[in-house]
Design a protein around this ligand. Structure first.
Ligand SMILES: [Zn+2]
Length: 301
């Protein structure tokens, strides 16, 4: 198991990136990348971080960056992207017990409709179909996928292809995979697919330990959108969050968050909507004074 405390430093701060926490991991294909961390590992990692570091919130990082109270040595923040229900029912009780602040970045369509991301749509279809042939634009000829290892490699290659191709609509790509695998509907897995309701988002927002931020409306890569679509994604997500929790929303994180997923144009659009900080998903630690829209995170997997 990775020693996440080894990332902490005297003059740096670390932002950890998580998605979900589940009670037991029974999904070798779908959860191959440990997007959802088993509860015992999650608890052990957080307890270790609390023993050797100083937990801070994303608002504290922003105010320290703007010249207010400096951050303590070995500072770290915990963040969750997307809005899986298990962050409310499984992760939040551990965070409360440890008195550990956390920031939750929500994709508002996921909350509105309990909708799956394109990644989860594809992962789901590949897991439930025991053996299948699939034709892909980046592989010569159809191939057979019939073992967990082949399926995991397939999922990894699809992610890489879709995320690096601005011309591809990720949801149309997921629909095409469903068509080829003859998957018509998704039977959501209660642990991996359930998203928070607005009521549960409000319950997190009402807890002073927690900060709520945006993470787009549909989880499309912001840099790949036209100026009009970009404005629509950001405005829709923030209007829904602001009206549902009745609090100012100043924090955001970029869907996918890699270097090709955001830009000065995306940052300017977020700033024009009142956002003060948006960490990336690029790997690394940060120093005070770093650009609040280019902060790096360490993925916990
Ligand atoms: Zn995300």
């Amino acid at each position: 198991m990775t020693d996440y405390a080894s990332f902490l430093g005297e003059r740096t701060f670390v932002i950890f990136l998580l998605h979900g926490v589940i009670r037991a991991d029974t999904h070798p294909v779908r959860n191959y990348n440990k997007k959802h961390l088993p509860l015992d590992e999650f608890t052990a990692i957080l307890e270790s971080l609390c023993r050797s570091g100083a937990a801070v919130s994303m608002p504290q990082i922003v105010s320290a960056s703007l010249g207010a109270d400096p951050l303590p040595p070995r500072a770290f923040a915990v963040t969750f992207d997307d809005g899986f229900e298990n962050v409310y029912s499984v992760a939040a009780p551990v965070l409360r017990r440890l008195g550990l602040p956390a920031t939750f970045y929500f994709t508002t369509k996921f909350v509105d409709e309990n909708a799956p991301s394109w990644v989860d749509m594809i992962d789901y279809a590949v897991e439930i179909t025991s053996s299948f042939r699939l034709s892909l634009p980046f592989v010569a000829g159809p191939r057979v996928y019939d073992t967990p290892r082949k399926k995991r490699e397939l999922l990894e290659s699809i992610r890489g292809f879709v995320k690096s191709n601005p011309a591809i609509d990720p949801y149309e790509f997921a629909e095409e995979v469903w068509r080829q695998l003859d998957v018509k509907v998704m039977k959501p897995d209660p642990e991996l697919d359930q998203k928070l309701s607005w009521e549960k988002v409000r319950a997190l927002a009402d807890d002073d330990l927690f900060t709520i931020g945006g993470h787009s409306h549909t989880h499309r890569i912001l840099e790949y959108l036209s100026q009009a679509e970009l404005g629509e994604e950001i405005a829709t997500s923030l209007n829904k969050l602001r009206s549902n929790i009745n609090k100012p929303i100043k924090h955001y994180s970029y869907p996918e968050g890699l270097a090709n997923c955001y830009s000065d144009r995306v940052i300017a659009a977020l700033k024009s909507h009142g956002i003060v900080c948006s960490p990336t998903a690029e790997h690394g630690v940060n120093r005070l004074g770093d650009d609040l829209f280019r902060l790096k995170r360490i993925a916990v997997t």
